[in-house]
Design a protein around this ligand. Sequence first.
Ligand code: MCA
Ligand code: AMP
Length: 490
Amino acid sequence: MSSLFPALTGGDGSAADRPALRFGERSLTYGELAAAAGPVAGAVREARRVAVWATPSLETAVAVTAALLAGVTVVPLNPKSGAGELGHILSDSAPDLVLAAPGQDLPDALAGLARLDVDPADRAPGALPGDLAGGRADDEDPALVVYTSGTTGPPKGAVIPRRAIATTLDALADAWRWTGDDVLVHGLPLFHVHGLVLGVLGPLRRGGSVRHLGRFTTEGVTRELSGGATMLFGVPTMYHRVAEALATEPELVEALAGARLLVSGSAALPVHDHERIAAATGRRVIERYGMTETLMNTSVRADGEARPGTVGVPLPGVELRLVEEDGSPVAAYDGETVGEIQVRGPNLFTGYLNRPDATAGAFTADGWFRTGDMAVRDADGYVRIVGRKATDLIKSGGYKIGAGEIENALLEHPGVREAAVTGEPDADLGERIVAWVVPSAPGAPPTLDELAGHVAARLAPHKRPRVLHHLAALPRNDMGKIMKRALRHD
Ligand code: MCA
Ligand code: AMP
């Protein structure tokens, strides 16, 4: 029954005047956050699960904090979700109500759900009600259900217990020397683990503060890092944009040089971008490796060697091993022998909501989680990710996207008779989504704009194809299975 946020629930008021959250011009101290979250927590306390319309805003941060104080599970919704994806998430997670900013337009899919407006200006000063301050939930209770894509089918809801959040954030505090004196800046979305758990709950657990950029820009990074922020979190696409801007933005170079810690995650940071940032600023970006289902597994430590191209060493409490195809441990940690990463520890989720089959398939009999990531490990423990087991998972801009869900959406378009989706290298996004389509009417094939709009409206804009190829037929093997390796554009 321990509190996730000691600085909010401590009761002695020592942190009350310290800054907690800042979004644009609006900010809250710990005292103000407790006063804003208290009434919301009181209003949701009888609910089992609430959805939060997770715009990058103060309202979202207050809503999530309040629900967690009340011991209620949060389902963060991507506010750009299309109708199909939103419908699936709502019917799968069955929230009791949706929390949103006052005046926020919500799509029809949410019309049948009770709504609670969260207004950070609506405050009940004073200490939190006693039972909230003490923490109402058990450590094993679910805190979040975060939807994540698989190779096929719609996204699955990863059930993340309170214990995993506390454990992962405390392990990162150890690895990064992260304290209440740190001021974090980022522009990450708040419906995934990176932006929400690390980027908002992280500073709140430490008693420090976060300044959210609303949307990522290098100008915003410069402004905040030269105005008191100490840490930057981002996906590799953001660091790539930073690296590109260094030559023309000398203030950015200076701001980065003065930061305490620059952290990249959610996908591999290309060594070239790493080196460009190091050469210009003298600072090395630290990489950490995580997953929605496992939260954080490894990191380069603040006091360790930043070896570019590696994701560092296992975090305290995390067991990590590399296994062969048959599940046996690889013969050697020699920096060359490749195996699948499996992890075990208190940072892990408890399972996929309503999907016991998928949950069972994700774990070995003795509780190791199969990440699907392929890696080598040096003798001194450093892990280097070299690829992914499933070619049908695409990482674009740090978002994980399943080829199957895009193929299904494309097939719902009347102009598409057959469809296959692949990822191809992209300097900015890491990978970009490519659609290979056999048109229903060869004389009038659907355009890229049409199909991108179609996928964005059903799933989400980041899942839209960025390249389209029309084909007369898809390459198939004797079994009729599409041979994606044969899909190459010359
Ligand atoms: C474009 N847009 C459209 C369409 N085309 N909207 C509707 N229909 C269309 N056809 C809109 C978009 O909605 C968006 O609107 C704008 O155009 C630009 O979108 P996009 O092209 O997607 O932006 P981008 O520049 O490519 O985005 C790059 C990005 C983004 C900012 C780096 O990819 C991003 O935020 N990535 C973060 C992903 C992340 O947090 N992953 C963590 C999960 P508007 O202009 O309104 O925005 S992984 C994780 O959590 C694990 C645990 C881990 O390890 O971290
Ligand atoms: P998600 O399911 O969206 O949480 O994405 C998790 C996946 O992102 C992992 O399984 C990895 O494939 C990838 N990932 C996260 N961090 C890193 C990193 N630092 N380097 C390479 N891949 C990463």
